[in-house]
Design a binder for this molecule. Structure first.
Ligand code: 5RP
Length: 231
C-alpha cells in the first residue's frame, strides 16, 4: 500500500469513528456501501458483538448486509419499519450544500432508498471528496438493460460521455437489482437540481447518483481532524 493510500484509509477510519458516536441504543440504522462505510460497519459490528449494543439495521447492498451479519448485527426491513433513525454512508463527491455524487461502488439505488427513509443521513469521507462543483467524478446512472442504447443517446444529448460500467475482467457490471450502470463523464454540473430533474424524466433511468438535499451532515476527515459540515 502506498503511503498516500495509507493516509486516505486512516482519514476514512477517523470519519467512521466520529460517525459511530452518533449511534444510540435502540436505533434503526442504515448501512451504506463502499470502503468508508465498510470501516463504519466494522466499528458498529464490534460494538454490537463485543458490547451488546442493541440496534436493527437495513443495508444498502448485499455486501454490506453480509458484513453486518458476520458481526451479528440484526437486520430489519421496510415491511417492519418505515423509517430509519440514522444512515451513515460514503460519497464520491461532496459539494456546497451537501450536494453529493454517489454510486462509485454501484450501489446508488438502494443507497438512495435507505438514505431517503432516514431521519438523519450522515456522510463520511476523507477531504479528497470535497469539490466546488459536482461532475469531475463520472456520474453513475443506473439503467434498465433494454433501454441502455436509448438512455445512452439521451445522456449524450445532454453533453455527457456515458460509458457502460464493466468489471475488471471486462464483463458488464450488474447491480444488485440486475441493471446496468452508465458512468457519465465530461460535464461539470452548474445546476445539479435541474440535471437531477432531467435525469428523473428519462424513461429507462432507474436512478442516478445525484443525492441532493438528502444529507443532514458530512463528517470530513482532513489532516487536522474531522470537520463537521452541515448545510
Ligand atoms: C457506493 C458509494 C460509495 O459510498 C462511494 O463510492 C464512496 O466510496 P468510498 O468510501 O469507497 O470512497 O456511493 O455506491
Amino acid at each position: 500500500m502506498s503511503s498516500q493510500v495509507d493516509e486516505q484509509t486512516r482519514l476514512k477510519q477517523e470519519a467512521a469513528e466520529k460517525a459511530l458516536e452518533l449511534v444510540e441504543p435502540g436505533m434503526t440504522v442504515g448501512l451504506g456501501s463502499g470502503s468508508t462505510a465498510t470501516l463504519w460497519i466494522k466499528l458498529l459490528g464490534e460494538k454490537v458483538r463485543d458490547q451488546g449494543l442493541k440496534i436493527r439495521a437495513i443495508a444498502s447492498s448485499d455486501d454490506s448486509e453480509k458484513l453486518g451479519r458476520s458481526y451479528g448485527i440484526p437486520f430489519t426491513s421496510f415491511e417492519e419499519t418505515k423509517s430509519l433513525d440514522l444512515t451513515v454512508d460514503g460519497a464520491d463527491e461532496v459539494a456546497p450544500g451537501l450536494a453529493l455524487i454517489k454510486g462509485g461502488g454501484g450501489k446508488l439505488l438502494r443507497e438512495k432508498i435507505v438514505a431517503s427513509a432516514s431521519r438523519k443521513f450522515v456522510v463520511v469521507a476523507d477531504g479528497s471528496k470535497q469539490v466546488e462543483r459536482l461532475g469531475k467524478f463520472p456520474l453513475p446512472v443506473e439503467v434498465i438493460r433494454m433501454a441502455e442504447p436509448l438512455v445512452n443517446e439521451a445522456l449524450r444529448e445532454l453533453g455527457f460521455t456515458p460509458k457502460v460500467r464493466t468489471n475488471k475482467d471486462g464483463s458488464e457490471y450488474i447491480t444488485d437489482e440486475g441493471n446496468l450502470i452508465l458512468d457519465c463523464s465530461g460535464l461539470l454540473l452548474d445546476n445539479p437540481q435541474a440535471m437531477a430533474a432531467t435525469l428523473d424524466s428519462i424513461v429507462g433511468v432507474v436512478e442516478h447518483g445525484l443525492f441532493l438535499g438528502m444529507a443532514s451532515k458530512a463528517l470530513i476527515a482532513e489532516a487536522g481532524g474531522v470537520v463537521e459540515r452541515t448545510k
